[in-house]
Design a protein around this ligand. Structure first.
Ligand SMILES: Cc1cc2nc3c(=O)[nH]c(=O)nc-3n(C[C@H](O)[C@H](O)[C@H](O)COP(=O)(O)OP(=O)(O)OC[C@H]3O[C@@H](n4cnc5c(N)ncnc54)[C@H](O)[C@@H]3O)c2cc1C
Length: 416
């Protein structure tokens, strides 16, 4: 009988996307022996809008990687262009107030962005990276997770043992599934498709989020890359997609070819790639992310912003909080739930208030007349427009997002 190939580490990270590479990068001064496993070979693509937001930028700055980001092929992000189901536009561009404003985010293809993070993670001392290593099971002994089983490209089985396993294997996480917490709730999952185009007219170096009637409370996006290239896509809550029997790829092509707002802008555009879909587990229904010897980060923990679909920033943030917890556990020599719960407490403090606020806004946004009314008012209500601007460009966006769900503020600005 063939033997499993045995590897022993302090920490095994499953998945080398932003959540996994981020965890490795945040452990770079820990002195721990780390294995970073991914089933794919880098550079690899990941279906995404490629929007690297202010939150991601903040963490990249902390890691000393922000300036490097702009050396990758990208479209600079100076703000956002939104439109309502009634077609009314709201454009927030930081250069309107400050002509020499620097971009606070960027649109970077994930094939480049993730490879950039991964190559930096590989430089972490004490880290071994294994590509084309597909994890298919967890090893559990006496109620503790103590390792993972993985298959390499030649069909060999590997056993990676560690004190702590980090599940960073994305929306279809095997680790979360084996830990028994991956349920697909149609009210808290979005499906989305995207393709790359060239020749898109009228882009303004701001990301575009268009709340088209057909996809509410989801949206159609155009995220500008270099020149006239763009990442274009559409996402919708699973429940609504099923109820309305929507085929997202067909809907996207229909909007591009027929919608009065977009058809001229795409008249000479060429689709460069197939339209591909993937799922987004929303943080409006988080899962338990800590167990004896195991943590979940990023999409594996269901941390995506329920309104914007942003998940890179939250994957990076969770990787930072997971790394803090891991360091503490090694300090104490205790890898049990009792200590690893610290990670969940940090998520509750640093992320849940924002996830809950964004969920409330998502629910409000599904009320069509209210959303239309909002777009009708916003350009005439200075206070409201300034607030929207602050939710996008300021450092402490949560403070402003919370205000957006404050009933008194809403009544004053929308109805008085
Ligand atoms: C269509 C779409 C548009 C989006 N747009 C945006 C956007 O514009 N901005 C934004 O911030 N977020 C966006 N998101 C969300 C964002 O893509 C995710 O939140 C983000 O990728 C999460 O990072 P992660 O590291 O948790 O997972 P991933 O990026 O999915 O990385 C998981 C890694 O694990 C590996 N892996 C998976 N299974 C295994 C296994 N069994 N064994 C070993 N390795 C494994 C994968 O190969 C992959 O490298 C979008 C998502 C979708 C679907």
């Amino acid at each position: 009988m063939s033997q499993n190939i045995l590897h022993e580490y302090d920490v095994v990270i499953v998945g080398a996307g932003p959540g996994g590479s981020g965890t490795a990068l945040h452990l770079r001064d820990s002195g721990l022996k780390i294995a970073l496993l991914d089933k794919q070979k880098f550079p690899r693509d990941k279906v995404c809008g490629d929007g690297v937001s202010g939150k991601s930028s903040t963490i990249l700055k902390e890691l000393g990687l922000f300036d490097e980001l702009f050396k990758l092929p990208h479209g600079p992000g100076y703000g956002v262009w939104m439109s309502g189901p009634n077609g009314v536009d709201l454009i927030v561009d930081s250069r309107q107030e400050k002509p020499d404003a620097k971009p606070h985010g960027a649109v970077v293809r994930r094939i480049d962005f993730d490879n950039f993070l991964y190559q930096n993670a590989k430089k972490v001392e004490g880290l071994d990276a294994y590509e084309q290593m597909t994890v298919f099971d967890l090893i559990k002994e006496n109620d503790n997770y103590v390792g993972v089983l993985a298959k390499d490209n030649s069909g060999n089985i590997h056993e990676f043992r560690a004190k702590i396993i980090v599940g960073a294997d994305g929306a279809a996480s095997v680790v979360a599934n084996k830990a028994g917490v991956a349920f697909r709730d149609p009210d808290h999952y979005v499906s989305a498709v995207r393709a790359y185009y060239d020749g898109v007219e009228g882009m303004r170096e701001v990301i575009e989020i268009h709340f088209v009637e057909e996809a509410l409370p989801g949206y159609f996006w155009i995220f500008p890359l270099e020149g006239k290239k763009a990442n274009v896509g559409i996402g919708m809550l699973d429940r609504d997609m099923r109820n309305k029997k929507v085929n997202l790829s067909q809907l996207m092509e229909k909007l591009i070819n027929e919608h009065p707002k977009f058809k001229d802008r795409f008249k000479n555009a060429k689709r460069l790639t197939n339209i591909i879909g993937w799922t987004l587990p929303l943080g409006s229904k988080r899962r338990k992310p800590y167990f004896n010897g195991l943590l979940l980060v990023g999409d594996a923990a269901a941390l995506i912003d329920p309104l914007t679909g942003e998940g890179i920033g939250n994957a990076l943030l969770s990787s930072k909080l997971a790394a803090q917890t891991i360091k503490k556990a090694f300090e104490l020599g205790d890898f049990s739930e009792k200590v690893l719960k610290m990670y969940d407490d940090l998520l509750k403090e640093k992320l849940d208030p924002e996830l809950q606020t964004m969920y409330r806004i998502q629910r409000l946004g599904s009320i069509r007349w209210l959303l239309n009314h909002f777009f009708n008012r916003v350009n005439h209500k200075r206070e409201l427009k300034e607030l929207i601007t602050s939710t996008i460009v300021s450092e402490d966006t949560l403070k402003y997002k919370k205000q957006l769900t404050d009933p008194i503020f809403l009544i004053k600005n929308l109805f008085l």
